[in-house]
Design a protein around this ligand. Sequence first.
Ligand code: GLY
Length: 570
Amino acid sequence: MSKLIIALMLLISNLVYGAFPAPATSSKDMVVSGHLYATEVGNNILKAGGNAIDAAVAVGYALAVVHPCCGNIGGGGFMLIRFANGKSTFINFREKAPAHININQYIDQQGRVINDYLSTGHMNQGLQKPYLAVGIPGTVKGLNTALEKYGTKPLATVMAPAIKLAENGFNVLPGDASIFKLQEANFRNEPNVAKIFLKNNRTYLNGERLVQRELAQTLKNIAKNGSAGFYQGEVAEKIVTASSLGGGSITKEDLLNYTVTEAAPLQCDYKNFHIITTPPPGSGVTVCEALKILEAYPLRQFGFHSAMGSHYVLEAFRFSYADRNQFLGDPLFVANPVAKLLSPSHIQKIRTRIKPDRATPSSFIHFTTEGANTTAYVIVDKEGTAVSVSYTLNDYFGAKVIPGDTGFFLNNELADFTIKPNTANNYGLYQGWPNLMAPNKQPLSSMAPTIITQNNQLFMVIGTPGGSTIPSQLVNVILNVIEYGMNIQEAEDMPRFHMQWLPDRVYMEPFTFSVDTQRLLEKMGYQFQLGSPYGSLLWGAVAGILKDPTSHLLNGAMDSRRSNGAATGE
Ligand code: GLY
C-alpha cells in the first residue's frame, strides 16, 4: 500500500466518527464521569494543581450529591491507581457484613432465600426490614485514605465543591429526572426520603433545583473531622439507630472497626497489552480469564459481532463466569485460586472444551458444592497518573433508606452474597460457598476498574456499572478497541452482549446481532434474550480514556447510555 493511501486512511480515520459523537480530546488531562457537574468538579481540581487522586476524591464526593442513585457515601467500592512512574495500587473500600449478621434470617421455613430482604422493592411488599440488606459503608474511609496517602490537597478543599452542590442545590438534568421518576413510589414510602427527593408529592423535574441541606451537613462533618465524622459521633449514632429500627444489626463497633485495605492489583497480558485490574473481591479475574481464553482466536479476522467471533467470546464468558461464580470470594475469608484460573494449563483446558461449531451447554460445567447500581469514573492527570474508580449502592439508591436526617442513602450490598449456593441472586448469578454471607465479610463484587498499558505506556483507563454484566462489558469494549480499531466513544456505544454461565442464555441489547447472525448462533445451540439478566434493555455506562500511542492525545468518552455524563480535559 502506498504511503499516500496510508496517510489518507489515517486522516479519514481521525476525522470520521460515523454516527457517534467524537471523543473529547486533550493533550493534558481528562475526567470522565456519569454526571456533567461531577466531571466539572474534577476538571477544576486538576486546574487548581491537584493530581488525579485529589480529583478522584472530589468527583467521588460530588457524585454522592448530584448522582445519588449511584454515587454515594453510604456504599462502597474500589479505586485502582497507576502512578506516572508505572507503579500501581488497589484500594478496597467494599462494604462488609455487620458482625452480628445471621444468614438464617434470610432463609424462610421452607428453606427458600427471602430475596425481598435484599432487593429493590422490599418496602412495597410490606417487609419493613430494609436494613437487613445494608453492609457497613466503606466509601468515606476509602476516599479519605486515598487522599491521605496519595493526594496533595486537604480534605476540606476537595470536599468543598460537593458541599456547595448539596447546600446551594443543582439544576436537575433530564437523565436525573428520569432516574428519580422510576423511584417515586419508593421515595414516598420513607418520609425522610420524601422530604428531600419529592416536590409537591412527585419527583424533581428537569431544570428544577434540588437542594440537600441534610447531606451538606453530613459532608461538612466529614470535611471537618475526617472519617471520624462519619464512622463515629452523631452520623454513626443515626445509622445505628435507624438500623435497629429497620431490622438490621449494625452497631457502633461495626462502624468504628471498618477498615480499608490496599493490595497489589491483579495483572495479566492480552497479546502485547498489559492489563492492570481488580483482584477479589472484585472481578478483574473474569476480565483477565476471558481475554486469556480469547488470545488464541483470530477475532479480528472473524469480524465484529460475526457469528464465529461472537461464539468464541460467548464461550470465554461462559467458562470465566463459571469460575468466578463458583470459586471466588472475600480474600480475607477464602483462598481464591486466581493463579490457577489464569494459568496456561487451565486456559488451555478450557480452549479444548470449546467446540468450533457448538455452544457448550452450561450444564456441562458442573456446579461445585465443596466446601443496576454502580457508577464508574476515570481520570488521567497531566503527569500521567491514571485512576479508575467504581463505587456503588448496589441497586439504584441502594436499600432506598436514609438514616435519620443524615441525607444520604445506604446500600443494599449484602444482596451480592451467596445466601444458598446454587440459588440465583438479584443479578441471576448462581454463586458458590466461597461467597457465603458471614460476619465481617465482603460480598463478591462484579466491579472491575481496569487500566491497560502497552510498552509500559498508559493506553486505556476504563470502568463501568452494571452488576453481573460488568466484566463482559469491559471485555466487549476492550475488544472493540484492540481488535476492531474503534475509537473510545464508538467502542463504548456499540450494542453489547453478555453471558454469565447460568442461566444458559445470551443477553443482548437491541441491534447487537443481525437476524442471520443470530440464526447461525441459534443453530450452534445458543438461546437469546433481549435485555440484561436484571431486566433493563440496555446496560452499563462505561467511562473510558484512551491515550493515542502516536499523538499522545487523551481521548475521553462517557457511554451515551448515561446521558448526563461528560468527558472533559483541559
Ligand atoms: N453490587 C454490584 C457489584 O458490586 O457487583
